[in-house]
Ligand binder design. Sequence first.
Ligand code: V47
Ligand code: SF4
Length: 378
Amino acid sequence: MSRLDQIRAKVEAGERLSFDDGVFLYDEADLFDLGGMANLVRERKNGTFAYYNVNTHINPTNVCVYRCVFCAFRADLKSAKGYVMPDEQILERAAQAEARGATELHIVGGLHHQLPYDWYLHVVRIIHDANPRLHLKAYTAVEWDWFARLTGRPTRDILGEFKDAGLGSLPGGGAEIFHPEVRDLICEHKADADAWIRIHREAHQLGLRSNATMLYGHIEKTPHRIDHLIRLRELQDETGGFQTFIPLAFHPDNTKLGHDHQIKKPNILTDLRTMAVSRLMLDNFAHVKAYWIMLGIPTAQLSLCYGADDIDGTVVHEKIYHDAGSDSPQEMTVAELRRLIEEAGRVPVERDTLYNQVVRTERTWETGKPVALELVHA
Ligand code: V47
Ligand code: SF4
């Protein structure tokens, strides 16, 4: 039996793939074989559904003490590009989101040199108090680690305090590439892999769900990517608290990394390969997301047959990828998202952040049953 056939037999039997299997698939498997296997797992877990949500991004500040070399979003303290949103602007964004029928706000930003811990807490509290129905998916592990550095308090206590103030879940950012051979070169001083994993573990133990990401297509090599996926899989075995994995393609424009290493954006073949290998390695993740802002619409559509079952949401006001050269639109309407999914031969399902189906009437929305579970137990 060929190596590929051995791996295919494991996938068909629902057996776990090893580190070496992952490296082989990434580097040597034919893309169509890879897609076929990933699609098998995708359809086993999520049938023909493809999920989207109605959300808005808020980046309360872009001023950041760190200098991750892949980041085009950050600004120095005194730079003309730097901003801190006043409360009114934050509340207006949240009110607009609510008025447009959003169920989720995605809140992340820089680590400001001078703003105190209480400001970040205040942001969550005022939004939640004004819009209690909006799910607040806020702050990456890098930010939680920063709050611990600011206060000297354990991250577990801080997460608990934010949960009481209205935090709903954690986004998956800040993971980049866990392996120190890469991490030390691209984001040396911020939370390391152990801190990222520990913070997500603590969040899960507090009953908060979270997402996970991997930034690919820069200086990392295949073993670093597989190592990253396996570290996530191990934490998921322990807690079951991750909802979605989101592979993030490096966008080089306006970044030091792109400039110094002359790196181009990964091509569609790498995007699809990464999506498929992620789906196959992360056997204990329910969902894999093709973030359309980052991939562009055609690749996001194709990804729905290469392991992905989710395309994120309407988004609105996206900055991180547009500062780094993304030419996808800033936002998509629900009709456009649904059409994108239908054109790819999938059935669109609106979900809330926690993957409950959203049922809409003319004026309002309600949370229905967990979609995936309904499917699995049908
Ligand atoms: O942590 C920053 C990445 C992340 C660039 O949880 C870049 O649902 C590529 O995590 N090129 C933030 N990537 C975005 C993020 C995310 C996005 C959508 C949904 C969710 C979710 C999470 O973006 C950062 C970093 O890994 N990033 N700069 C860049 N130039
Ligand atoms: Fe700061 Fe985040 Fe950009 Fe790093 S990725 S420089 S932590 S805003």
